[in-house]
Design a protein around this ligand. Structure first.
Ligand code: KG4
Ligand code: ZN
Length: 349
């Protein structure tokens, strides 16, 4: 049933599906790096009403939209299911009910069309988003993955080979953005709103703490920073002092960005590698992008980051990661299941 590329120069077309959180997405990717379509149906407007993602609503919406999103991805690419070489799908980590919708869809297509099925780790997808627009980028490199659920500093040793150097001990960076945004009344999702508001504020107005973890220089902690922002806001209210939201946003953002870039640059220096990439939803943050770019330029390190649309959840990144899994022979059976807490580098084949 598995089709292995017969000739090395045969083009490989992969249909990729992503449904781990609140975006229903499908994409057709050629040879892991060329995106022929990238369809994303976002549920943000729905979840906004509740101030965050409601898992049950997310699963239901994925079911309603998945077929249409897949059809649109194929038609935009000018392809049918018969033109594909494999189906790749995110099978973890993420919300179990949401993941299951994509996994079931991919398994149905794989079974009906006798196509190889490749399960992909969501974070591996975020990292691989960098391959799409940077045709020259190849491992090894250091990657900082910053999303709503994850903050990982990773050494990408080879395609599909990862070493986690550091991670958050509590909140993910995106989670901190979302919680602080809620506290200053900006609503969900908070990251892009803080990014925008911070441009009008003074990043040095308030000195928020930058947590360091003893004996673990690459680890992060954002819960203390979040509490410091909440305490600051409460303190202002109690003293009857005005709150300048733009200054709070800019100062909070600076505290996050300084820590992220500082730890990442330590890891790059210690690794001896000369390439650094950002990945994940928070990688679309304008202050993080410019601080990382500057830090890399000062050190003679090549800097990579995906376009904002490829930073937040999408299926093109799953197609990129899926391609490299496919060519190394990774195949999943129809017993593939959603794994909500799948670890990076762990393969459940
Ligand atoms: O990677 P992603 O789309 O989903 C997960 O895998 O979690 O990341 C979503 C996270 C949210 O927390 C969102 O607030 C944050 O990325 N985010 C940003 C920006 N755009 C999205 N955070 C800071 N600045 C942004 N411009
Ligand atoms: Zn994500």
């Amino acid at each position: 049933m598995n089709k292995i590329p017969e000739e090395n120069n045969k083009d490989i077309f992969i249909l990729a599906i992503e449904s781990s959180c609140d975006e229903t997405a499908a994409s057709v990717v050629k040879n892991g790096r060329e995106v022929l379509s990238n369809v994303i149906s976002s549920q943000i407007e729905l979840h906004k009403l509740y101030g965050g993602v409601v898992p049950e609503i997310a699963s239901r919406k994925h079911i309603e939209r998945i077929n249409q999103v897949v059809e649109e991805a194929l038609s935009t690419a000018g392809m049918t299911l018969d033109d594909l070489d494999a189906v790749a799908v995110t099978y973890g980590p993420g919300l179990v009910g949401a993941l299951l919708v994509g996994v079931a869809e991919a398994k149905a297509i794989s079974y009906a069309k006798k196509l190889p099925l490749v399960g992909v780790h969501h974070i591996e997808g975020h990292i691989s988003a960098n391959y799409i627009e940077n045709k020259d980028l190849e491992p090894p490199f250091i990657c900082l993955v910053v999303s709503g659920g994850h903050t990982h500093l990773v050494r990408v040793k080879d395609y599909g080979e990862y070493e986690i150097l550091g991670r958050t001990r509590d909140d993910a960076a995106g989670e901190a953005f979302d919680k602080v945004a809620r506290a200053i009344g900006l609503g969900y999702p908070g990251g892009p709103k803080i990014d925008r508001l911070a441009k009008e504020g003074n990043p040095d107005a308030i000195a928020f703490p930058k947590a360091k973890i003893a004996d673990a220089p690459y680890d992060f902690s954002f819960s203390g920073l979040k509490s410091a922002v909440l305490n600051y806001l409460n303190g202002c209210k109690m003293k009857g002092e005005p709150i300048v939201e733009a200054d709070v946003a800019a100062s909070f953002q600076k505290a996050v960005v300084d820590v992220l870039v500082e730890h990442a640059m330590w890891a790059v220096a210690e690794s001896g590698l000369d390439k650094f990439a950002l990945a994940g939803g928070v990688a679309s943050n304008s202050a993080l992008r410019s601080a990382a770019e500057k830090a890399c330029a000062q050190r003679g390190i090549r800097f990579y980051r995906p376009s904002p649309i490829l930073c937040t959840d999408n299926a093109a990144m799953i197609g990129a990661a899926g391609y490299y899994e496919y060519i190394r022979g990774v195949r999943h059976g129809l017993d593939l299941n959603a794994v909500p807490n799948l670890k990076l580098g762990e393969r459940l084949v």
